[in-house]
Ligand binder design. Structure first.
Ligand code: SF4
Length: 82
């Protein structure tokens, strides 16, 4: 198993539907029918800067980017065999 990619999350308890995130990264964020942001949790590498800008712009601090998890130790050892 390879290392996981960073994950983007929106906390619906904090989101107030300002839509700044959608302005900055429309390919990643959207608004649900109840005016809470939703997101593509694993956006493409090309969207990372826009996602970071959206996270920094969110007035509610509702957006988080969880760091990638390293591959399990046994996977790393498998890669070193020649
Ligand atoms: S900018 Fe923040 S508060 Fe506004 S819609 Fe996006 S996640 Fe919700």
């Amino acid at each position: 198993m390879a290392a996981s990619e960073p994950r983007v999350r929106v906390d619906p308890r904090l989101c107030e539907g300002h839509a700044l995130c959608i302005d900055l990264a429309p390919e990643v964020f959207d608004l649900s029918d109840d005016d809470v942001a939703t997101c593509d949790e694993q956006p493409s590498m090309s969207s990372r800067d826009a996602v970071t800008a959206a996270m920094n712009a969110c007035p509610r601090g509702a957006i988080t980017i969880e760091p990638a998890q390293p591959a399990p130790a046994h996977d790393r050892s498998e890669r070193t065999t020649a």
